[in-house]
Design a protein around this ligand. Structure first.
Ligand code: N01
Length: 539
């Protein structure tokens, strides 16, 4: 891997891939094996994307390890030994490092390269890419593999500069262990990062104060170690497992029950929820086919979770504050937790409702709310999430045909054809980003689907001797309409969430992903390719 340095002239490659996480490394492996020269430009000082950055205590995946992994190499599948049902961050990062070594990927990964500009050169039919360090890269194709949860977000609190304690963000947690023994820790944010880390912070710190704006639905993760017997079982039929996952609506390998939650007798419904609660993790949302599309069906799931919370939290006031109401279960991403609600039964954990008494700013020794109440802290942890989906794509200045920037093009929200390409931005692809199922499915499945599809399209361009490929404007308009139509059939728009762009003030409020499921999406991509890449124009 090369370190940042200034090249005297621009380096020419067939493909620049931006980002060295799961998506970027898979793109490198696949496109390079087609004989293309590829350079991966990575802003961080290590590979792994989100798994490089998110080192907070408790960080782990909520998709089973066997499924949250690459499927392109049966040998890799057989030789890697997962130890946990849901892998912890260090184990996932080790896996990524192993893959990079095993497939000799590092030699084409260039670390500490933040892409600042990417300009289409009409005459030469190539992209001119610049990095913060002043490097230039010249590429025929650009593949954005920058992740959907990679642009961190931290609210500005007046007085922060005078705070004498330490400020941390879950998504940029330091590499060196943070010793919280004897310290008073505040956490702002109760999404997945907050709810995953709070039980562990509570065990380490002297006192934890949680600042909650919106209570979240959560289901238990049900972690366990993977036994040798189980490992052998999975590996004996891994191909079948992958096939099932690829055919599933979610990439999670299990199908929702065919019935409506409203069709079955109450006792049977509760039993199904109980089973899912005790083992399905994230799949709880799919206990019945209509939980994410029908408000009444959804309410049965939401009520079940509320009752569970009621049984887990002892103090009535805290219990009420922790109970999500007013938006459907799953309409914002539910959390998979490990002892989150029970943590509030500890004497050394306090919940502060900043919906009724918002944060006003920081003092040298803590946080102050609008009512004037102060909370003394030694460490403040922001678990406040990301500028999701579009954040990292819109950070660099991307300039397509006729000088139009991606920022201009997406001023009212992201527009793409199939989530893969954008009219006015030839020879440019996005992996598993807006307009695709992205975070609504197992993202590893989405990534591999996209990379293979892009690779096949490039091979097709070679065969037909095409120099450029560009999305047709009509196809793009149709896809955006279809994405909106699928979203309108769901309950997602009913919550305030990063699915809808609510996480950043001023961001256009549109549903950003394809909600029709993996199986349908795969079929659409296959049909597009079979119909001579309908919606894409070649020159
Ligand atoms: O971020 P989030 P996250 N003042 O946006 C609050 C994946 N992930 O990092 O809901 C006060 O979900 C905000 O409050 P509200 C997973 O896809 C997976 O937790 O906007 N509070 C919310 O509570 C996940 O969905 C795992 O009212 C503010 C929280 O901060 C995604 O990453 C683990 C605020 C942000 O929640 C993002 O999760 C971790 C403000 N100004 C992450 N701004 C797994 O388990 C924001 N908040 C696999």
């Amino acid at each position: 891997m090369s370190e940042a340095g200034i090249l005297s002239a621009s380096a020419e490659v067939d493909v620049v891939v931006v980002g060295a996480g799961f998506a970027g490394l898979r793109a490198l492996h696949t496109l390079r094996s087609q004989g293309r020269s590829v350079a991966v430009l990575e802003a961080g000082d290590g590979i792994g994307g989100v798994w490089h950055w998110n080192r907070y205590p408790g960080a782990r995946c909520d998709i089973e390890s066997y499924d949250y992994s690459y499927s392109f190499s049966p040998e890799l599948e057989q030789e890697w030994r997962w130890t946990q049902r849901y892998a912890r961050q260090p184990e996932i990062l080790s896996y990524i490092e192993h893959v990079a070594d095993r497939f000799d990927l590092r030699r084409d990964v260039h670390l500490r390269r933040t892409v600042t500009e990417c300009v289409w050169d009409e005459e030469r039919g190539r992209w001119d890419i610049r990095t913060e360090g002043g490097e230039r890269w010249d590429a025929r194709f650009v593949v954005w593999a920058v992740g959907n949860l990679s642009s961190t977000k931290q609210p500005t609190l007046p007085g922060a500069e005078d705070f004498r304690g330490r400020i941390l963000h879950t998504a940029t947690w330091p590499r060196d262990p943070v010793d919280l023994t004897g310290l008073r820790v505040g956490v702002i944010g109760t999404g997945s990062s907050g709810m995953q880390s709070i039980p562990i912070l509570a065990r380490e710190a002297e006192h934890v104060t949680v600042f909650q704006r919106t209570p979240n639905y959560s289901v238990p993760a049900v972690h366990h170690e993977i036994s040798d017997v189980r490992d052998a079982e999975v590996k004996a039929s891994y191909a079948e497992r992958r096939r099932r996952i690829r055919q599933s609506p979610s990439g999670l390998g299990f199908k929702p029950r065919k019935e409506s939650a409203l069709e079955v007798p109450e006792a049977e419904r509760v039993e199904a929820f109980e089973d899912a609660w005790n083992g399905a993790g994230f799949g709880f949302s799919l206990t019945f086919r209509d939980i994410l599309v029908d408000l009444e069906a959804n309410e049965t799931a939401a009520d079940f979770v509320r009752e569970k919370i009621a049984g887990l939290v002892e103090d009535p006031e805290t219990r009420e504050l922790l109970t999500p109401r007013g938006y459907p279960f799953g309409a914002k991403r539910p959390v998979v937790d490990d002892g989150y609600f029970e943590t509030f039964n500890r004497d050394d954990v306090t919940l502060v409702d900043i919906a009724s008494d918002p944060l006003e700013g920081m003092t040298p020794t803590g946080l102050r709310t609008e009512s004037g109440e102060t909370h003394e802290l030694d460490v403040l942890v922001f678990a406040t999430g990301f500028d999701a989906l579009t954040g990292s794509l819109l950070r660099p200045r991307v300039v397509g045909r006729d000088g139009v920037t991606l920022q201009e093009k997406w001023a009212s929200g992201p527009v793409t054809h199939l989530g893969l390409g954008i009219h006015g931005f030839p020879n440019m692809f996005v992996v598993a980003g807006p307009g695709s199922p992205a975070l609504l499915i197992n993202v590893l499945v989405g990534i591999e689907l996209h990379v293979d599809w892009i690779a096949e399209m490039l091979a097709d361009m070679d065969r037909r001797g095409a120099r450029e490929v560009e999305v047709e404007v009509a196809a793009e308009a149709q896809w955006v309409a279809h994405v909106n139509q699928r979203a309108a059939q769901t309950l997602y728009p009913l919550a305030r969430s990063y699915y809808m762009g609510d996480e950043v003030p001023g961001k256009p409020r549109v549903f950003m992903m394809y909600a029709g499921g993996l199986r349908n999406y795969r079929k659409i991509l296959e049909e597009c390719a079979a119909e001579d890449y309908a919606g894409f124009a070649f020159t």
